[in-house]
Design a binder for this molecule. Structure first.
Ligand code: DGT
Ligand code: CA
Ligand code: CA
Ligand code: ZN
Length: 579
């Protein structure tokens, strides 16, 4: 993480100097860009090169001059660089925001500013919509449309937060509220409870043991992440957290809590459908309960499941409340039993110190054991991914040997694996001889994310040694759309070659996206694997997020290969190659 942050610092230095357009800066700009590239390609965290106590580099980084070293140290120590803060003040703040837009570098930002006096993202958007930007020399309709797309994308994401990043905070908020002796229940509803990709705000419902609610409101106001209270009533408080997200607290009566959970979980179209079904059966549903229309008698409200059951429906888990088919009577009578965290018997995509992981194979295996698993796949990178220290032949031998020893020592099943790069031409980064040695092979795209991606994945799936396609779309929620893919071709080939598709639980990946998982499940006979892609032992705990998110793909235990025991798993993995 720190490497990426620091690389960005040096890029910002270069961007600002480029906008200033002073001939004297040329040399400096090149040095900053070079420093950024070097950091992005370091095999280790930059802090590993530094003696933090004495504030100096203990190991040289090639190309790092005195000035770069000094700024790096300052950033690592204080999380800012004084010189950059000063430099930022030399250009309008709006230009810095413009630099955040994809497809918009310093050259264009400078051009827009100098020729059209555009000094903010907002002004740029308007200028494109008014057709001004298109008229500039060297810019056409096409590139203007592209920039506009990126602006819209930026607006959407800058106000919403990926569920994977906010999930730990949400759990802390719930447990913080429950610490108060008068709080009976505290649940976050809304899009977060449905585990939507991104969430717009936090909808917190709380019910108390007594009528006196003021103490609970006071407790809420002291939430550790609180920035400011924006509005306060007797049963509702609106506030803003440090990360900019709005949080709405609603205090609800105990006998209305279930109805409120149902109402505020949404989504809106699910609720509209549910209310229509209820109405046809003579019931009215609102945030306080469910009532007989004729008599106005209340027939439920304390518990959420009753709202569904009274009108003859099966309870629908929050992740399925998408307003599509989940309330159609046939579908609702046959809802799948969704995957549960206790079904998971192992994690098949993890990294160790052999590549870019922070923990040894032994440490990873011990943590897996502690989570109650039967096995773990250690799938380090291949050499093409230089940033990640991919393994060469000798290292592979050593790794295989170490795994054999550890399996005995720990009495635990460790799969000797790799996450092999799918190269630009669709070939894999190891030859078949090497691939045939692994217990498990995941093939992933890590470079050239836009180029010929469908064909490269199709080719990888046809390799007899590839069991799994890792994070198939390569999207990063809030940062980049997935690769352009003909997803149906990929599903078809996966079915035909019995290749398993990964559901990757990295917080900003969550890849395959859940709507595609559902599509795959509905139309094809496919198997999936749900993995954390952990780069340290703590990372294995991300399985909980993964299970919660991928319920949205309607996945059951049977769909996911790492719910099977070791013997069954081995059979599944061998099926493709018949080896
Ligand atoms: P978000 O916050 O944009 O990520 O998405 P939600 O789904 O959390 O939306 P939000 O916070 O506006 O409202 C939470 C839930 O409350 C929503 O999913 C359904 C329910 N809700 C909100 N406004 C209305 C409404 O006007 N009518 C109905 N029936 N339900 C509503
Ligand atoms: Ca919400
Ligand atoms: Ca809300
Ligand atoms: Zn990967």
């Amino acid at each position: 993480m720190i490497n990426q942050e620091l690389a960005k610092i040096f890029d910002t230095f270069a961007d600002i100097l480029e906008i200033q357009d002073n001939a004297k800066n040329k040399f400096k700009i090149r040095a900053y860009r070079q420093a950024s590239l070097t950091i992005q390609n370091l095999p280790k965290e930059i802090t590993d090169y530094i003696d933090l106590e004495n504030e100096k580099f203990k190991e040289d980084i090639p190309g790092f001059g005195e000035a770069i070293r000094h700024k790096s140290l300052e950033y690592i120590k204080t999380k800012k660089v004084t010189e950059l803060e000063a430099l930022k003040l030399t250009i309008p703040a709006g230009l810095l925001e413009m630099l955040e837009i994809k497809n918009l570098g310093p050259k264009k930002v400078k051009k827009f500013y100098q020729e059209l006096n555009i000094g903010s993202v907002k002004a740029l958007k308007k200028a494109i919509q008014d057709g001004e930007v298109q008229k500039l020399e060297g810019l056409g309709e096409k590139s203007a449309a592209k920039i506009l797309d990126s602006i819209i994308n930026h607006e959407q994401y800058s106000s919403r937060i990926p569920i994977g990043l906010i999930y730990p905070t949400l759990k802390e908020i719930e447990s913080y509220m429950l610490k108060h002796p008068k709080v009976l229940k505290a649940v976050i509803a809304g899009s977060a409870r449905r585990f939507q990709d991104t969430i717009g705000d936090i909808d917190l419902l709380v019910t108390s043991k007594t009528e006196d609610r003021s103490q609970i409101i006071e407790h809420f106001k002291l939430l550790p992440f609180m920035q400011q209270i924006e509005a306060e009533g007797e049963t509702k408080v609106t506030a803003r957290l440090n990360n900019g997200l709005q949080i709405d607290l609603r205090l609800v009566q105990k006998n209305e809590f279930g109805a409120a959970m149902q109402y505020f979980t949404g989504n809106k179209s699910h609720n509209v459908k549910l209310r229509t079904i209820a109405k046809n059966k003579g019931y009215k549903i609102n945030e306080y309960g469910i009532f007989e229309i004729d008599t106005n008698k209340k027939v439920g409200g304390e518990f959420e499941n009753a709202i569904y059951e009274v009108v003859g429906l099966n309870y629908v888990e929050p992740q399925l409340r998408q307003g599509n088919i989940e309330l159609d009577s046939d579908t609702n009578q046959n809802l799948p039993t969704l995957i549960n965290i206790t079904d998971i018997k192992g994690d098949l995509h993890t990294h160790s110190t052999y590549s870019d992981g922070a923990n040894s194979i032994e440490e990873m295996a011990l943590k897996a054991k502690q989570l109650g698993y039967e096995y773990i796949g250690i799938t380090d990178h291949s050499p093409n991914l230089r940033v990640a220290n991919g393994l060469n032949k000798e290292q592979l031998l050593q790794k295989k040997h170490e795994i054999e020893k550890l399996k005995n020592k720990l009495n635990f099943n460790i799969l000797y694996g790799t996450e092999v790069d799918i190269l630009n031409n669709g070939e894999l980064d190891y030859d078949n001889q090497i691939l045939s040695e692994f217990d498990i092979v995941i093939a992933s795209i890590h470079s050239n994310l836009e180029k010929d991606t469908t064909n490269r994945i199709l080719a990888a799936m046809q390799n007899p040694y590839v069991h799994i396609i890792g994070h198939p779309t390569t999207r990063i929620i809030g940062k980049r759309e997935g690769s352009p893919l003909n997803i149906n071709e990929i599903f078809k080939m996966a079915e035909q070659t019995q290749t398993i598709l990964e559901c990757n639980a990295q917080p900003t990946r969550l890849d395959l996206p859940s709507n595609l998982v559902l599509e795959a499940k509905q139309k094809y006979q496919l198997k999936f694997t749900l993995n954390t892609d952990a780069h340290n032992s703590k990372g294995l705990e991300l399985m909980e997020l993964g299970v919660n998110y991928f319920k949205r793909g309607w996945l059951s235990k049977e769909d996911i290969i790492n719910t099977y025991n070791s013997a069954e798993l081995t059979k599944i993995l061998k099926r493709k190659t018949n080896k």
